[in-house]
Ligand binder design. Sequence first.
Ligand SMILES: NC(=O)c1ccc[n+]([C@@H]2O[C@H](COP(=O)([O-])OP(=O)(O)OC[C@H]3O[C@@H](n4cnc5c(N)ncnc54)[C@H](O)[C@@H]3O)[C@@H](O)[C@H]2O)c1
Length: 251
Amino acid sequence: MNSLAGKVAIVTGAQQGIGRQYAMALARAGAAVCVSDIVNPEIAAAEIRELGGEAIAAACDVTRNESLHHMVSEVEKKFGRTDILVNNAALFGGLNMASFTDITEDEWDRVMTVNIRGTWQATKAIFPLMAQSGGGKIINISSATVFKGTPKLLHYVASKGAIVALTRSLAREVAEQNICVNAIAPGLVASDNVRNHPDWKNVADSVIATRALKRESVPDDLIGALLFFASDASNFITGQTLVVDGGVVMH
Ligand SMILES: NC(=O)c1ccc[n+]([C@@H]2O[C@H](COP(=O)([O-])OP(=O)(O)OC[C@H]3O[C@@H](n4cnc5c(N)ncnc54)[C@H](O)[C@@H]3O)[C@@H](O)[C@H]2O)c1
């Protein structure tokens, strides 16, 4: 079960929500984890250590290069390498649904800056250490909404569509360094922020009705895909996006 023993993982946006579960799962599989988030993630890192795992916390904004470089230097100082990057940080749970005519330019830019530019910036900052470590796995977080279209979240859906394109192009650029790049596209998941949304019950019920597997999705549903892409089991797979949505999107 320790398929990631000796590996070092960085998870962005991991102080709570799905990112926190990703960090915990990687630690359970034997990886040392850098739990990173714009909000101080010390509590999440401490939880991993209390359960016997190895973890450090890095307060890091994925849109700021100096913040990213500081995080990478902390990882290098503590672990000397990095093998897995999960680009999970995004603006999602706190977004209000609005018609495309009502989204402001400021909000559009904020979503694009964190969700897509931040993924590129984090990857760029971590790439030299990952290449120096002999290669690794980059796992980007897209969304199943990209493949069906969801109204009233145009900026978010567009940003997650760009993650699919980035994953494919980056996979071709970094294969030479023995780095695989894949994406997970979750359906609606009952993460902390999402469950607290005032419309949660109505939205969840309507999404569940469209699933082949008619139940709520929880962060645990994504862990199999995460560990597959993080482990040697996926060494000949790159540029792919795996939809994990209980069978809404099928292609
Ligand atoms: N929950 C869902 O239904 C769902 C579905 C599909 C995809 N996703 C994606 O999964 C990921 C996690 O989802 P979630 O529901 O836990 O989201 P969330 O909004 O609850 O959590 C996102 C995390 O990112 C952090 N973050 C925001 N801006 C940051 C920045 N500039 N730098 C670093 N960290 C930053 C936040 O502090 C937060 O901890 C996101 O990429 C989201 O888009 C979620």
